[in-house]
Design a protein around this ligand. Structure first.
Ligand SMILES: C[S@@+](CC[C@H](N)C(=O)[O-])C[C@H]1O[C@@H](n2cnc3c(N)ncnc32)[C@H](O)[C@@H]1O
Length: 222
């Protein structure tokens, strides 16, 4: 049966940015859903549906995306692991066309609803996609990725996706909350023909300040 947003206990939050506010409908009791929806993946690993949380990485990336400015006008953007859709919504507001993707259909339903309530739906497409098996016709000027490199087995498929779907001068923006293992991912990027610059943002979420790192990733020979 098709899951609707109303199958979840809902709450809403407002993210304040320089260019305006984004209103998000999110899941009210994400801890409970993390337990209920956890399962084994095809390789027998524990799979946890982290989309039920709004992560500070997406807020940090939203701040960074709005700072890019006019470069985003008419850009074709892919967001992977979009969760509730915050970062892509901000990119749409900056004038980009965004393909929101997530492996979880329910995450996409929230992203779709949130894009709608922030009046950017005409700039947005929503596609269920596993980054292990991506399939698109075109390439993208930007790929947005907030908090998606937390498991080492995500790294190679995500690097392959960059190799295949980023335009030659394209930019991938990764955001992550300074997890220790993340350095391994950026070493892999260096080993596979990419270079990066790092910047940091302070982000407030649920009353706590968090440091988020943003990595701007380009091909070395671009
Ligand atoms: C930690 S959450 C981050 C969500 C959102 N970007 C944020 O920062 O709030 C990771 C996201 O990646 C998605 N995800 C996990 N494995 C995936 C896969 N194999 N392909 C695509 N998305 C995946 C999850 O459903 C979830 O939305």
């Amino acid at each position: 049966m098709k899951t609707e947003l109303r199958d979840y206990p809902l709450t809403s939050t407002i993210i304040k940015l320089k260019t305006g506010r984004v209103q998000l409908t999110i899941v009210k009791e994400p801890d409970w859903f993390l337990d209920q929806l956890s399962r084994e993946d095809n390789e027998g690993r524990l799979y946890l549906p982290y989309w039920t949380y709004l992560w500070e990485a997406s807020i940090g990336l939203a701040h960074h995306v709005e700072s890019i400015g006019t470069d985003l006008k008419d850009a074709h953007i892919l967001e992977i692991g979009c969760g509730f859709g915050l970062t892509g919504i901000v990119a749409c507001r900056m004038g980009a066309k965004v393909v929101f993707t997530d492996v979880e259909p329910d995450a996409l339903r929230f992203a779709h609803h949130n894009a709608d309530q922030n009046d950017v739906k005409e700039k947005a497409d929503f596609i269920q996609m596993d980054w292990n098996t991506p399939c698109f016709n075109g390439k993208f000027h930007y790929i947005l990725a907030a908090d998606v490199i937390y498991e080492e087995h995500h790294w190679e498929p995500i690097v392959r996706l960059l190799q295949e779907y980023l335009t030659p001068n394209g930019i991938a923006l990764f955001s992550e909350p300074n997890r220790k293992n993340a350095t391994g991912f950026f070493k892999l990027l260096n080993d596979t023909g990419f270079a990066y610059q790092k910047s940091t943002y302070s982000v407030k979420l649920e009353g706590r300040m968090n440091r988020v790192s943003i990595y701007t990733v380009r091909r070395v020979n671009a």
